[in-house]
Ligand binder design. Structure first.
Ligand SMILES: *[C@@H]1O[C@H](CO)[C@@H](O)[C@H](O)[C@H]1NC(C)=O
Ligand SMILES: *[C@@H]1O[C@H](CO)[C@@H](O)[C@H](O)[C@H]1NC(C)=O
Ligand SMILES: *[C@@H]1O[C@H](CO)[C@@H](O)[C@H](O)[C@H]1NC(C)=O
Length: 441
């Protein structure tokens, strides 16, 4: 009989202090997260209902799956290495993950909390090598649990730990029925990000405007406005434009990638699938941008098991699983991964971002006078990425405003007596967002 491991992953942003990137082991592991990002994102998009928002954390998935990998052998381990692009060399892998945890813990001026914990059945004996690797390399705590007699109480404990680590943004990670008396380990990663924009949006300039959920159908959403010097890019290869909004730590930014066509996000996904363009190669330059973009909030639960199977990571979920490295005895021989889940949350508003994922739409006006801003009107589905200069913490697709957000939207609007009349331009907002820019004249 096979016993169960619940693998849990919460999605949160990832940032690495580049000062340590001279460490080539760290670089190799950072590269693995980034190489895994596109497959993970596109596979999740393909499994989601068309037109639904998507938010995944490649970083969190990678950190949690590394805890499985640390106890895996043979094909089970090889499939993880291939699917998650892990370095094949064990020294590189171990040193790299250790350095990654250290680097992430050192991200100034934003909050980035990352925690791993291994919950283990108290009557089982963890293998010394596994214990050493998860604690020393993967920075994980180990906590005993009474799955045999009280799995429901342990489920509540684990969910409580996750809620606490994510400031109550990820609750009920483990649904009822996912643990039972045969559960032996639950491997959990939690990520929490909070960053304030370096250039905040003025709340008085947020008001309802149309967002194209399809080519012909619009809904009203609260749109934020600012005209500032921002990093901007035209990406003809993707038929898209991009803008980068950075946090108080300017190494950590949210990129919005906006297809030129109102219904262009699907086509953009196709181009990414074809690998005709690498998102890390976007050539941003600093220019004055008149930016209009929605506030948004996305919450998602991802059945990571189904996504991984699609990515040919199968063996760990079945009879052939080899996770013999984790616990002693016959039980240790019989382990497999019974479930893998990721939940994500991201709230983007005038002040900043809590957690993360996004897509961007930019319409650029060409041949404007030098001092006139380019205009980026994010009023249709877009791709977004939350990242340090190179490491992707969150990636997502924004297709439509979510119902969860509407309360907050209402609250925000309540702050202004009449939002449509409170958008007094700031000194640097020389162009009213509603008016055609001088480029059109
Ligand atoms: C994070 O940003 C810093 C500062 O630019 C950079 O040196 C470092 O390489 C980045 N780290 C990653 C993993 O992108
Ligand atoms: C963090 O903030 C301090 C004080 O404003 C600033 O001096 C420092 O450069 C910032 N660090 C980063 C990485 O943004
Ligand atoms: C992707 O590649 C296939 C085959 O190479 C091609 O038929 C298709 O048009 C390409 N799609 C895009 C969006 O570039």
């Amino acid at each position: 009989m096979k016993l169960k491991i619940g693998l849990l992953v919460c999605l949160v942003p990832l940032v690495v202090n580049m000062a340590m990137a001279e460490d080539q082991h760290l670089s190799a592991v950072v590269k693995s997260v980034n190489d895994f990002t596109l497959d993970f994102y596109l596979t999740t998009v393909a499994k989601s209902d068309p037109g639904k928002n998507v938010l995944v954390s490649p970083l969190s998935a990678s950190l949690a799956t590394a805890l499985v990998h640390a106890g895996a052998n043979g094909i089970t381990a090889q499939e993880i290495e291939t699917g998650l692009h892990f370095p094949r060399d064990k020294t590189t892998l171990d040193n790299g993950f250790k350095a990654l945890h250290a680097a992430l813990a050192n991200t100034p001026n934003v909050t980035l909390d990352i925690a791993n914990r291994v919950f283990i059945e108290k009557s089982s004996t963890i293998k010394p090598d596994y214990k050493q690797r998860v604690t020393q390399i993967h920075n994980s705590e180990i906590q005993q649990a009474d799955f045999k007699n009280n799995f429901e109480k342990e489920r509540a404990n684990i969910n409580g730990w996750v809620s606490q680590k994510t400031h109550d943004k990820i609750n009920d990670l483990l649904p009822a029925g996912i643990l039972d008396s045969l559960t032996r380990l639950v491997l959990v990663n939690a990520v929490y990000f909070y960053g304030k924009w370096k250039e905040q949006f003025d709340k008085a300039q947020t008001y309802e405007e149309d967002f194209y959920i399809t080519k012909d159908k619009t809904v009203q959403v609260p749109m934020m406005h600012q005209t500032k010097n921002l990093r901007y890019a035209d990406i003809p290869e993707l038929d898209a434009k991009a803008v980068e909004l950075c946090y108080v730590n300017e190494n950590v930014c949210l990129q919005i990638i906006l297809p030129n066509a109102k219904d262009g996000l699907q086509g953009l996904h196709e181009k990414l699938k074809n690998k005709t363009f690498d998102l890390s190669k976007i050539e941003f330059y600093r220019t004055k941008v008149q930016l209009t973009m929605p506030k948004f909030k996305i919450e998602q639960t991802i059945d990571l098991k189904q996504v991984y199977k699609e990515m040919n990571i199968n063996t760990m979920f079945g009879q052939g699983a080899d996770l013999k490295g984790m616990i002693e005895g016959d039980e240790g021989e019989a382990l497999y991964v019974s479930d893998a889940i990721q939940k994500t949350f991201m709230d983007v508003n005038e002040e900043g971002t809590e957690a993360a994922a996004a897509t961007a739409c930019v319409s650029r006006r060409k041949r404007c006078l030098e001092d006139l801003p380019v205009e980026l009107y994010v009023d249709h589905p877009f791709l977004f990425r939350l990242l340090n200069l190179t490491t992707v913490i969150f990636v997502g697709a924004h297709y439509e405003p979510t119902t969860e957000s509407s309360e907050d939207y209402a609250d925000a609007l309540d702050d202004n007596e009449d939002p449509h009349f409170s958008d007094t331009p700031k000194p640097d907002d020389t162009v009213h967002p509603h008016k055609p820019s001088h480029c059109e004249l």
